[in-house]
Design a protein around this ligand. Structure first.
Ligand SMILES: O=C(O)C(=O)/C=C/C=C/O
Length: 486
């Protein structure tokens, strides 16, 4: 049985006996081990360790030394690739083929992604003319923001955690990470890597637990936390933003979405099918950037729908280690109950279930897992809850459209604004449509093609702030102006 302990000041710290909770594998509901919930005492110790580390050796590291050390962390993750892969797949149930190409490689790469940015990033400078004719020089100086609280989700546990920890540490901050209670393994394992690489104690800390009245609340309300970065549901983002307002802590929020795919009749059909299939069903539909609304220009609608149904029928659910499997379970029974409630709601709202709509028979050995059928609906009204609310499962609704103006209005008719994809071989139309879509990221003839230097984040109810490249600097550093009279 595994024990997932808190990682505080360079040491694994258990909680008192009665604060442990089960960690189960969503493939077959088997018990992986126990997670040690951090109470106020553990969270306080972690935040104070992070605060103290800022004034310790870490505070003396040059930028070049930090970058070299974080590159070592990335290399060490890759050296322990199999362990991270095994841990991630056991926690999430996702296919090894997926985690070995996305989760773990990106989990390591996120530590390297910011080195180049920081090495090449200048700060501003201005020469000011003064009445005495001697002038003055203004120089910008970036300093670490301090202790960063990192609250991250269960869908891409390692990737989405290091996407924040990487730039935070590269900029000289220290972190206290609160991973999801459903997926503690890879964040806990990263503590070992930090020690192996010589990251000073207190720079990287992990506290396990839940949100309200648990580690999440204790961390985001802790007065010594200088800023909070969160990826997850919009409602939780609102609660975190309220906590951050006490003491005016800055926040970075990447929240929910109800992302649209817009498929024009002149698209490359097979490319559009492949990309839309991935965006709707990869990771069992548990990707914030994923597609749950598909708009297809009417002349192509029936053909596109037929192709999508063929491809959904080809998806192979199975254990992570099953080389044939390309479709895993949802992360937990609790989340499956939520997604199944939308499957039921779709029926009530009058959807035609083109394929799926239920729970697959996975046989005796896997019957305890959080398995669900990939599903396509048609025929729902634009104001149906299934078309408007984020489900975060392997399902999407297809609807025909007749004009560019109509589909832009449809795609933007949502409180969210995270991502979208546009499929057409007409380049000027692709750009014209992309410019009008209210979303932080718009892919044209692609999906989840990620340039880590590019701005990344959501607008409207999908978040606040941008991550990636230089954009993270605004959140992870304080920018000071020094004015020198000549
Ligand atoms: O690719 C990334 O950097 C990223 O943040 C992915 C987010 C997916 C959310 O579910």
């Amino acid at each position: 049985m595994q024990e997932f302990k808190n990682f505080i000041n360079g040491e694994y710290v258990g909680s008192s006996e009665d604060r442990r909770f089960e960690n189960r594998c969503p493939v077959d509901n088997s018990l992986i081990g126990y997670v040690h919930e951090a109470g106020q005492r553990e969270v306080d110790a972690a935040v104070k360790a992070a605060k103290a580390a800022l004034k310790g050796p870490w505070g003396q590291f040059t930028q070049a030394q930090r970058i070299a050390l974080l590159n070592r962390v990335a290399d060490r993750i890759n050296e322990r690739f199999e362990e991270f892969l095994e841990a991630e797949c056991r926690d999430t149930g996702k296919p090894r083929s997926l985690a070995s190409h996305i989760d773990i490689p990106r989990g390591a790469a996120n530590f390297k992604a910011f080195s180049e940015t920081l090495n090449n990033q200048s700060t501003e400078g201005f020469r000011l003319d003064t009445p005495d004719g001697r002038g003055a020089i203004n120089v910008g100086q970036r300093t670490p923001k301090g202790v960063i609280a990192v609250v991250c989700p269960w869908n891409l546990p390692l990737l989405l955690m290091t996407w924040k920890v990487g730039p935070a540490l590269a900029c000289g901050n220290t972190v206290v990470v609160k991973p999801s209670e459903d997926t503690p393994a890879t964040t806990t394992l990263l503590g070992e890597v930090m020690n192996e690489c010589g990251v000073p104690a207190g720079v990287f800390n992990v506290v396990h637990g839940f949100g309200p009245n648990s580690a999440g609340e204790f961390l985001t309300t802790h007065p010594l936390v200088d800023a909070i970065t969160f990826t997850g549901e919009t409602r939780t983002g609102e609660i975190i933003m309220q906590a951050a307002s006490v003491g005016l802590r800055n926040i970075s929020l990447e929240c929910g979405g109800k992302n649209a795919a817009i498929v024009f009749a002149d698209c490359d059909l097979e490319k559009a099918v492949e990309g839309t299939m991935r965006s709707a069903f990869v990771n069992c539909g548990q990707v914030c950037l994923g597609t749950e609304r598909v708009y297809v220009e009417r002349p192509l609608f029936e053909r596109f729908l037929a192709r999508m149904k063929e491809e959904v029928a080809r998806l192979k659910p199975g254990r992570p280690e099953d080389a044939q499997a390309n479709f895993g379970p949802l992360v937990s029974h609790q989340h499956r109950d939520k997604v199944l409630s939308y499957y039921e709601l779709a029926r009530q709202e009058g959807a035609k279930v083109e394929i799926g709509g239920g729970v697959p028979d996975m046989g005796e050995a896997l019957s305890g897992g959080a398995w669900i059928e990939p599903t396509i609906w048609t025929g729902l009204a634009d104001d149906a809850r299934v078309v408007r609310e984020e489900i975060f499962g392997p399902c999407c609704h297809l609807r025909p459209f007749d004009s560019e103006e109509e589909v832009i209005a449809l795609a933007n008719d949502t409180p969210y604004g995270l991502a979208a994809s546009v499929w057409t071989e007409n380049g000027s139309r692709a750009l014209r449509v992309a410019e009008q879509i209210e979303a932080g990221t718009v892919w044209i003839n692609s999906w989840f093609l990620r340039d880590l230097r590019a701005a990344f984040g959501g607008m409207k109810h999908s978040g606040i702030g941008r991550e990636g490249g230089v954009h993270g600097l605004e959140f992870y550093t304080e920018l000071k102006n020094i004015c020198i009279k000549l």
